[in-house]
Design a protein around this ligand. Sequence first.
Ligand SMILES: [Zn+2]
Length: 132
Amino acid sequence: MRVDKEKLVSAALAARKNAYAPYSGYGVGAAVLTASGEIFTGVNVENASFGMTICAERAAIISAVSQGHVKFAALAVAVGGDDPAAPCGACRQVMEEFFDQETKIFLVNSRGEGKERTVEQLLPEAFSKANM
Ligand SMILES: [Zn+2]
């Protein structure tokens, strides 16, 4: 399907305003585009018990899955500052579960500039449902 990168990146940047990051100050916003054209957003949500923190990417994907979506066209991840985000290993594994080689992953800075990746580039030789 056609991916409106600008719209998706804008949604991630807008979502970032709701990031709950009182401990790190590192707010992240994410927006995932389903194969049916809907956008779901997520933010990082920190916790005083640090291990309970969830990343924006997983929050967005899980929100979409919770509404019955399991096929995705694209994901945008927005952070503050000049350098785009590098998704953590846990998020890369969750992307591997739901994304395919056509799923575009946009990693952008506060101005919406950055790079495009695929899940295979982010997590080569991944453990996946193909192994099950
Ligand atoms: Zn993560």
